[in-house]
Design a binder for this molecule. Structure first.
Ligand code: MIG
Length: 809
């Protein structure tokens, strides 16, 4: 795989694993050791989470990191024993430390061993020749070698375009803006998440290597019995998540690095973008087309041309003479507007934003102490030092005018950062980030991968200050581990190619396994010309993404849903309407993700880790646990193979039943992508609408495919914006369904939380019912129901109490 651009070569030097360790001291949860001039610390943060730190060259332990949200962990019961061989045990796992030559491994009460140091190589420092020590800004390269356990397979690694399984690969973590877009042969692209989720014998553990320099992993490529985690400088700080399920790993990982915030409901709807809708009239025309053609849409984007000469926080007065009026008008039609903001600030002494940043000394510097300059869209620019809290606050404050004019959200682009000289490069490693008054200045090489996250953070925090009662909507292209707590990530510049429908699936699943669940690719593809069939198939896939936005590049053919005429327009309409109807299902998944870190768009292995067939099933995916989607990714075909894991599945369009595990050939003509619903799990659906808020969500339909056995799903609702849900203003209900030869019992459990949905009725819609039922009751009384060709619809009144439905067949 191509490792790209600006990745400095690993310095030459001599690797020296740590030798004999001496126990220094311990407290209730950590032990500390000295190994020549390094300090090593092992800490139990939670029963299933351990942290290891190695601090070379006499540096004091320091775990502060842009990735980490949670620093104070509740007390945890830890037992320590041994002298030469030390055990640090919680109820869930043990860290085993050999002092002889320092090696650390982990095991759990079942005897499973994981994340064990390689006996021979362990961890240590690369000793550099004298000359290099002087030029290395942040010390020597550091390395960690772990043994690969029997059958261990590696997943995760953040934004990756190639398949799901990372075993046998070399992974680079260094944010870049790849010229002319990316393909599946690329390695590192816009964001970096040095995290692996491993499966061995169906059980999971995770390893997060927290280092913001250039990092690389060798996942049993050079040696099939060993994995390597290394960085160009800094310390070795890593976290081990004991699992044993992928759910457990993601739950702890996102507790540590932060969870995806609850999104504003409007942002889950369909979104439309173009580089660029060039003036007010074009924006109005696009809006009108959506409404007249009855294609749902909630959000429109303004790309860089809305600005005056690409000066951030300005408007081009000729093409957008009255942004406030435009946005009010669009708001009236149910559209939200999102504007792009780039980090580069044009050097122009008549431009107040530039001048203020300069006067307040908020830009990055050269080693000589001058403002660092490079070229991006506006021409020569200065770049905010987002490591400085004052810069972040200033940047956030600059959003005030946009917010006052009615902009609904902010799109952060170019924040790797991407520079034009040389073409699509990034900052040289010796650029200085002076930081705030409390900070030590840092070289860019030390913090490169965090630049995007810090920009997104300043925007989120700024929006929260400006509109404290609204959930911020922030998009970012670049970032580091933990970026999910600041923004959603869209995956940059793909292309209008068939291959890129496939590529999107592993890309989003890898992100989801790395904590970034709120993500999406440009529907239709960014570069190159789209066509009708490609757009239709791309949309059949794209509407199932957590973030659903069509976007394309200047000078390519337009690709709004109607551009290619029939039958494609109708396919896009049908799919976007299906997404619109599925929004309550999506919303419940977002809430689950917000609480537990579970990905929204999931690889099958997340739910079925014991089934190895799922490990490479990266051309299909689950949405939550109840929907399985298998898009068509080639032109001119209507059939494809689908793997259905354990359980009973129903084909959404035909109602056909399949008992997994099974390999099936799906018939998927245009407009009917292969979509399966798991038996006995209710899917909540709204009535059709042109945009969120067009009408009350009345009635709510719960779609159910019963089959002998039982299932459960969750309905979650709240105001769709604001923070009332944090004070209990939500409505959560479990919906259980049990079916047998005699009948079907469904129960909507009593509501948790105080939110009252605005509607009068709920329908239960059963599909796949072979004959007219004898009797249907709701809470013991004869129900209002109708049956037609396998479909049974039962009317329920909206109520907060438990509602039991019995169907006698
Ligand atoms: O150098 O703002 O990925 O979505 O349309 C290109 C123009 C800059 C790259 C983004 C793309 C956006 C484009 N931007």
């Amino acid at each position: 795989m191509a490792e790209i651009f600006e990745s400095p070569p690993t310095q030459e030097g001599h690797y020296k694993p740590l030798g004999r360790a001496k126990l220094l001291d311990h407290d209730e949860r950590s032990i500390r050791m000295g190994v020549s001039s390094a300090t090593v610390e092992v800490t139990a943060l939670a029963p299933d989470l351990f942290r290891v730190g190695m601090f070379p060259e006499g540096r004091p332990p320091d775990y502060a990191s842009e990735a980490i949200e949670k620093e104070d962990w509740e007390p945890v019961a830890v037992e320590m024993s041994g002298e030469e061989e030390i055990s640090l045990s919680t109820e869930a796992a043990t860290a085993h430390i050999s002092l002889g030559s320092l090696r650390i491994s982990f095991f759990d009460p079942s005897g499973r061993v994981f994340a064990a140091d390689d006996e021979e190589l362990g961890m240590g420092v690369v000793e550099l020749p004298e000359a290099d020590v002087f030029s290395a800004p942040s010390g020597s390269p550091v390395r960690l070698y772990k043994r690969r356990e029997e059958g261990e397979r590696y997943f995760g690694c953040g934004e990756r375009t190639s398949g799901l399984d990372k075993t046998g690969s070399h992974q680079v973590f260094w944010n870049v803006d790849p010229p002319s877009g990316h393909t599946a042969s690329f390695n590192n692209i816009y964001s970096s998440i040095p995290f692996t989720l491993s499966l061995a014998g169906g059980r999971a553990h995770g390893l997060f290597f927290d280092n913001t320099h250039r990092v690389d992993f060798d996942l049993a490529k050079a040696d099939e019995d060993r994995a390597y985690y290394g960085a160009e400088g800094g310390n070795v700080v890593y976290y081990v998540f004991c699992g044993p399920t992928p759910k457990d790993v993601l739950d702890r990982y996102t507790e540590l690095t932060g969870r995806t915030p609850m999104p504003p409901m409007w942002s889950l709807g369909n979104q439309q973008c173009r580089y660029s809708y060039i003036d007010e009239d074009e924006v109005r025309k696009v809006a009108r087309n959506f409404r007249e053609r009855d294609i749902p849409c909630d959000t429109l984007y303004l790309d860089i041309d809305y600005m005056d000469g690409y000066r951030v926080f300005t408007w081009n007065g000729e093409s957008f003479p009255d942004p406030e009026r435009l946005m009010a008008e669009l708001k009236g039609q149910g559209f939200n507007v999102v504007t792009i903001v780039d980090p580069g600030v044009k050097i122009d002494l008549n431009y107040p934003v530039y001048v203020e940043g300069r006067e307040r000394d908020l830009y990055c510097k050269t080693v000589e102490g001058e403002e660092f300059h490079n070229v991006v869209w506006p021409g020569m620019c200065a770049f905010p030092d987002f490591t400085n809290p004052e810069t972040r606050e200033w940047w956030g404050e600059n959003l005030r005018a946009l917010v006052d004019e009615g902009v609904a959200g902010i799109w952060c682009d170019m924040n790797e950062p991407s520079l034009f000289v040389p073409r699509q490069s990034t900052m040289p490693g010796d650029v200085v980030h002076p930081g705030g008054p409390e900070d030590e200045p840092k070289y860019h090489a030390q913090i490169h991968n965090t630049y995007g996250s810090l920009m997104a953070r300043s925007v989120r925090e700024g929006l929260l200050r400006l509109r404290s009662d609204e959930r911020p909507f922030v998009i970012t292209r670049a970032g580091y581990a933990g970026l999910q707590r600041h923004a959603l990530q869209w995956t940059g510049d793909n292309s209008s190619w068939w291959e890129h429908i496939w590529m999107s699936m592993p890309q989003l699943q890898n992100l989801g396994l790395s904590g970034v669940a709120w993500a999406g690719v440009d529907i239709g593809g960014f570069f190159d010309d789209c066509n009708g069939e490609l757009l239709a198939r791309f949309t059949e896939f794209g509407v199932f993404q957590p973030f659903c936005r069509n976007h394309s590049m200047k000078e390519t053919i337009h690709q709004e849903p109607w551009v290619f005429g029939e039958p494609y327009e109708s396919v896009c309409r049908k799919m976007i309407k299906l997404r619109q109807r599925l929004l309550p299902y999506f919303y419940a998944l977002f809430e689950e993700c917000h609480r537990t870190g579970a990905p929204i768009l999931r690889p099958l292995l997340f739910e079925y880790p014991e089934d190895e067939t799922t490990y490479n099933a990266d051309d299909e995916f689950l949405l939550g646990s109840a929907l399985l989607v298998a898009p068509i990714t080639r032109p001119g075909i209507e059939h494809r193979h689908v793997y259905l894991p354990q359980g009973t599945w129903f084909h959404y369009w035909t109602g056909g039943r399949f008992d997994g595990p099974a390999h099936v050939l799906a018939h998927a003509p245009l407009g009917e992508p292969a979509l399966y619903v798991r038996a006995n799990t209710a899917i909540p659906m709204w009535p059709e609408m042109k945009h969120i808020g067009e009408r009350p969500t009345d009635p709510l339909t719960l779609l159910l495919y019963p089959a002998e056995g039982a299932g459960e799903s969750v309905l979650y609702e709240d105001a769709g914006n604001g923070f009332g849900y944090e004070r209990g203003e939500y409505a959560r209900r479990r919906v259980t369904c049990r079916a047998s030869e005699a009948g079907i019992s469904v129960s909507l459990k009593e509501q948790e939380g105080s939110f009252v949905p605005e509607r009068s009725s709920v329908y239960l819609e059963f599909r796949g019912i072979s004959a007219r039922p004898q009797n249907v009751s709701v809470n013991g009384e004869e129900a209002d129901w109708r049956y037609e060709e396998g479909r049974l619809v039962v009317a329920l009144a909206e109520s907060a109490g438990e509602t039991r439905v019995e169907v006698r067949v």
